[in-house]
Design a protein around this ligand. Structure first.
Ligand code: DX5
Ligand code: ZN
Length: 240
């Protein structure tokens, strides 16, 4: 049985913002103990988390390797959360269908790793999944102007991608605010997700800037009380 929440996100593509939802929390499996993946994904579900963030790294786009579709397919039956797949890979267009078959509900690829952005967004939408675009800290938010009307998610990397446990880059706050501003100026519908260094020290600043989704790896899996940490994150107020 799937949670109604997961279904809702899949089928209200591009209209999620209309519901004025509270902040969503997405623990990143990167910080989990990989020897006990099924237990770790159950831990995310037992907290009041909304999404499970799955960091796919290829050792080329970023200097680290994680897991592929086989692992995602293996954990799918153990967790009913919405699967938020973050592809940190070169040539994502060659891979997206594999991740959809494995159980992804949203696929986010990097602006810097693809040339034909619109085509890839369309392919993801054709499978009735949410499509996200991500940018590394050195890419300007305004580079995304041509795709912002079409994406469901914008994933702001607030660290240089590749590893968990890094410090939040403070310039990310202005980038989140710029995305909020553009969304309101043009009436676009994307949700803003923030990934990297989100913890109990930075969370107020990130939420205050207008983030809709908080990805949290080491802070969630390292917490004494992960469920309590999620409650704290969900009680934060966005500025928008
Ligand atoms: C980094 C990944 C993040 C990472 C976040 O490249 O995209 O999702 O797991 O980890 P923390 O929360 O530890 O910064
Ligand atoms: Zn990520």
């Amino acid at each position: 049985m799937e949670k109604p929440g997961r279904e809702r996100h899949v089928f209200v593509r591009n209209r999620v913002m209309e519901t004025n939802h509270p902040i969503l929390v997405a623990p990143s499996l990167l910080a989990a103990n990989f020897a006990f993946l099924a237990d770790e994904v159950r831990k995310t579900e037992a907290s009041d988390s909304d999404w499970l963030h799955l960091d796919v790294m290829d050792g080329h786009f970023v200097p680290n390797l994680t897991f592929g579709p086989a692992v995602i397919a293996a954990i799918r039956p153990h967790c009913n959360l919405f699967f938020d797949v973050h592809l940190m890979v070169d040539r994502p267009s060659e891979l997206v269908e594999d991740y959809i078959v494995a159980g992804a509900d949203a696929i986010t690829f990097h602006w810097e790793a693809e040339v034909h952005h619109h085509r890839l967004i369309q392919r993801i939408h054709a499978k009735n999944k949410l499509a996200g675009i991500s940018i590394v800290p050195s890419t300007s938010v305004d580079s995304l102007l041509s795709v912002l009307p079409y994406v469901d998610l914008v994933l702001v990397m607030s660290v240089n991608p590749g590893f968990g446990g890094q410090s939040y880059i403070s310039e990310s706050t202005a980038r989140i605010k710029r995305l909020v501003e553009l969304r309101s100026q043009f009436g676009w519908k994307y949700q803003i997700s923030v990934d990297g260094g989100v913890n109990s020290t930075t969370m107020v600043e990130v939420a205050g800037a207008g983030a809709d989704i908080l990805v949290t790896g080491s802070a969630f899996f390292g917490a004494k009380d992960p469920a309590g940490f999620v409650r704290q994150l969900k009680s934060l107020r966005r500025s928008s």
